[in-house]
Design a binder for this molecule. Structure first.
Ligand code: C2R
Length: 156
């Protein structure tokens, strides 16, 4: 089970790390790539082809006019989870770019920034857990722990 994290720029590093932390916590093998559909279209295709062969899910992070998740999804049938990055337009530019895909090229869209990246990683885990009972058990345990924390907070 392998997850690829792809970002449009090194400036997206913090967001990439937010996704990576979640995958690492659950012991899921992952690799990060930097490539841009706008600036390095050939490299983007190459990376997508590697991901298509060797990975199960792609988390694709991009800001501004975010073509990358959509272009990525044209080169692979693996699930692409898109994460918009905040900008002068609060990330709405990337959010709309990623979510408003033309018919036929599906990209799942998550929230803007680090929280979105964490949720994308958790969603990747849910996809992987469909065929992995021990990962499913880890996710159940994590959910129980979250609830337990709130119980303690409420003295319950
Ligand atoms: P720089 O900081 O390198 O100027 O990048 C990146 O994801 C980043 O958030 C600024 C922002 O541009 C985004 N970017 C894209 C694409 N390439 C870079 N959205 C693309 O091909 O979609």
């Amino acid at each position: 089970m392998k997850v690829a994290i792809i970002a449009g720029s090194t400036s997206d590093k913090e967001i990439m790390n937010a996704a990576k932390e979640v995958l690492d916590e659950f012991g899921i093998e992952n690799k990060t790539f930097i490539t841009s559909a706008h600036r390095s279209p050939n490299l983007t295709k190459e990376v997508a082809e590697i991901v298509d062969k060797e990975f199960d899910v792609a988390i694709v992070i991009a800001g501004l006019s975010a073509a990358l998740p959509g272009i990525f999804a044209t080169y692979t049938q693996k699930p692409v989870l898109g994460v918009p990055v905040a900008s002068d337009l609060m990330g709405l530019d990337a959010l709309f770019s990623i979510t408003q895909m033309p018919r036929g090229i599906p990209v799942a869209t998550f929230g803007i920034g680090k929280k979105g990246a964490k949720n994308a990683a958790l969603f990747a885990l849910r996809i992987l857990a469909l065929n992995d009972t021990s990962l499913r058990e880890k996710l159940d345990l994590k959910a129980k722990e979250e609830e337990e924390k709130l119980r303690e907070l409420n003295d319950m």
